[in-house]
Ligand binder design. Structure first.
Ligand SMILES: Cc1ncc(COP(=O)(O)O)c(C=O)c1O
Length: 434
């Protein structure tokens, strides 16, 4: 470790980590799909940091837009508006599905989901919330209750009304198929006395393994919600803004949720901004009912100016249209790797949102690591695969048993080849661990 890294380790908490084992790497520069550490090592960003740097690093237009706003004024209280905020609100109404119209801005995806839950409870007058296992919805107290994986356990202190349903995890489901898990949710709502305010779902599950449901799944989930008088909240914090080859994953199936939450790609992660956009009916409810939420930084002028320019770049440079093709190119390469490496159990994904699930045994699907290896501080084969990739100059996020491959949407085929070549080597190491 160098002096900066040591200082950081001493004075700054590492997130989701045993502090003793946390060794942050100092980054000194980043441009396009690459970033550089303090020793001059250059890395291909094959996961867009935390699946958020959609346009890569050091984008001149975004930097200019942020500077231009800073030169006018950096901050005004949310009770004042400005050109960028009004235009961004309108733009989100245009690019989100169906009649989704009015937006509440917050600083991060976690808060966007918290707002969605409050809004759903106020609108329906009901209180129960269903989320699905193998999902992540945030890290504050309420959003952590909806998070249905090991990152919830430490904050689970008996908050009532948060129910969990099975995930559409085709590779590992106990059900006949993913669609059958919807019968379970339907049944669940009946047994909960139709007291469910909302079901919250990542349309394509992100950090819990890139789970793409069958095409009928989300439309059918919406129908079941309607049947029971519940809202459907689509958490598109990770899957939105072109990641899946459409503005939003919901667009893959032409379906409209009642509320959509987004963050990450809305500014390509240049500044922290999130949004909760609701349907016209829900928006109208608050004409006469108090909208009981706000943040100092709700729609912070710098962040909305940044988002507006980011979205303009997606449009001007036709970024999203290119994602499906690049995604198919990446997926073909991953399928080839699966043929060559027995440690690969499954590859799946849509657009530039792909996962490679590793297993000790293809027949039994026995995973390499325990589900909760990270929070128990157990050695992890997946983390070591991530380390091997870094040694090859490629950054990939390993989550539980899946490597998340979600490069910036501006990546070229040659750069995909570069990432895949490193993955090939790292998987050869994983094969030796069988
Ligand atoms: C699907 C999903 N929802 C919510 C969040 C929380 O967003 P944030 O980390 O910005 O609070 C994340 C973060 O990764 C996410 O992937």
């Amino acid at each position: 470790m160098n002096d900066i890294e040591r200082m950081d380790k001493e004075y700054v908490f590492g997130t989701w980590a045993f502090q003793k084992a946390y060794n942050p790497k100092q980054i000194v520069d980043a441009e396009g799909v690459y970033f550089t550490d303090a020793d001059g090592n250059k890395f291909l960003d094959f996961s867009s940091q935390l699946m958020c740097s959609q346009l890569g690093h050091k984008n001149e237009r975004i930097n200019k837009a942020m500077n231009a706003q800073a030169e006018k004024f950096a901050f005004m209280a949310p009770g004042f508006t400005n050109e960028a905020r009004a235009k961004l609100g309108k733009k989100l109404a245009e690019i989100t599905p169906g009649n989704l119209k009015k937006t509440f801005f917050s600083p991060g995806g976690t808060e966007a989901n918290e707002a969605a839950i409050m809004i759903a409870r106020w609108f329906t007058g009901k209180h129960k919330i269903i989320s699905r296992y193998n999902s992540y919805h945030g890290s504050t107290y309420v959003s952590a209750q909806m998070t249905a994986e090991q990152r919830r356990w430490a904050t689970e202190h008996g908050m009532a009304g948060f129910l969990k349903a099975p995930a559409p995890y085709e590779y590992r489901t106990l059900f006949k198929n993913a669609m059958q898990t919807l019968d379970y949710i339907d049944e669940m709502m009946t047994h909960e006395g139709d007291q469910v305010a909302a079901v919250i779902a990542e349309p394509v599950v992100g950090s819990n393994g890139i789970l793409v449901p069958p095409p009928d799944y989300m439309p059918e989930l919406k129908r079941i919600c309607e049947k029971h008088g519940a809202l459907l909240i689509a958490d598109e914090v990770m899957s939105g803004f072109g990641r899946c080859g459409e503005w939003f994953a919901c667009d893959l199936w032409n379906m409209q949720p009642d509320i959509i939450t987004m963050a990450k790609g809305i500014t390509s992660a240049y500044l922290p901004l999130a949004a909760t956009t609701v349907s016209e009916e829900i928006a109208a409810h608050f004409d006469e009912n108090f909208f009981n939420i706000g943040h100092t930084y709700s729609g912070h002028p710098m962040t909305v100016a940044c988002a507006l320019e980011t979205i303009q770049i997606y449009e001007d440079e036709n970024i999203i249209a290119g994602v499906k093709e690049k995604g198919r190119y990446l997926m073909d390469k991953l399928c080839e790797l699966k043929e060559q490496h027995p440690s690969v159990g499954d590859v799946r994904g849509v657009g530039l949102f792909c996962g490679v699930e590793l297993v000790k045994n293809r027949e039994t699907k026995e995973p390499f690591d325990d589900y909760d290896a990270k929070i128990k501080g157990k050695p992890s084969v997946l983390a070591q695969v991530g380390g091997k990739l870094m040694a090859e100059g490629v950054y990939v996020v390993p989550m539980i048993n899946t490597l998340i491959l979600a490069p910036p949407l501006i990546i070229t085929e040659a750069q995909i080849d570069e990432g895949v070549a490193a993955l090939d080597k790292a998987l050869s190491w994983a094969d030796e661990q069988l």
